[in-house]
Ligand binder design. Structure first.
Ligand SMILES: [Fe+2]
Length: 181
């Protein structure tokens, strides 16, 4: 049967919710590191480079791809307008996330502590609000709009894009910051 998830096929909305939990966990640690930097701590370049790697590989490379290439088009096929409405807003937010990611990288390369903390504050605010919007508006909408066949098809398409949830895979120096300062 096409429209019933096989036992090993992940529920696509649950997958995205799990990835959001990972992203929020990283943001909490980034906020802590940013506060440390603001309080005249050293700029730990390796921390920020690892964060950029996480944003590129996990967030943009795996998570946003599932949403932009698979979930959003499925919702648009189910009736949402592609040029306005929730998917258009969320696509635009993905671009804004990329904009702040690039600003952060330039600040890290320039070792500009003030710009690192200000860019990262905008980045964190934007991503937290974005995740909240998807969790509270888009995913419930997806559960209402998508039938079993669409869910099963998304589930299969997600398999090559499943992300390892252990942060250490992307970030070599995970955030035992209190211990190392
Ligand atoms: Fe998301």
């Amino acid at each position: 049967m096409l429209d019933i998830l096989a036992p090993l096929e992940p529920d696509p909305i649950d997958v995205l919710l799990g990835e959001h939990r990972t992203i929020l966990q990283v943001l909490d640690e980034v906020e802590r590191e940013s506060r440390r930097l603001e309080a005249a701590g050293a700029l730990r370049e390796v921390f920020w480079r690892d964060l950029l790697r996480f944003v590129d590989e996990f967030d943009a490379g795996l998570h946003h791809r599932k949403e932009e290439a698979l979930l959003f088009p499925a919702l648009e096929r189910a009736g949402l307008a592609s040029d306005s409405g929730p998917t258009a807003v969320l696509r635009d937010e993905h671009r804004r996330i990329q904009f702040w990611r690039d600003r952060l990288e330039r600040a890290v390369v320039g070792r500009d502590r003030l710009r690192v903390t200000s860019s990262v504050a905008s980045f964190i605010d934007l991503v937290r609000n974005h995740v909240l919007k998807e969790n509270q508006i888009l995913f419930p909408l997806a559960r209402r709009l998508l039938g079993g066949t669409e869910i099963a098809s998304l589930s299969r398409a997600f398999v090559p894009l499943l992300a390892r949830q252990d942060i250490g895979h992307w970030i070599r120096h995970p955030f035992a910051l209190e211990a190392s300062t």
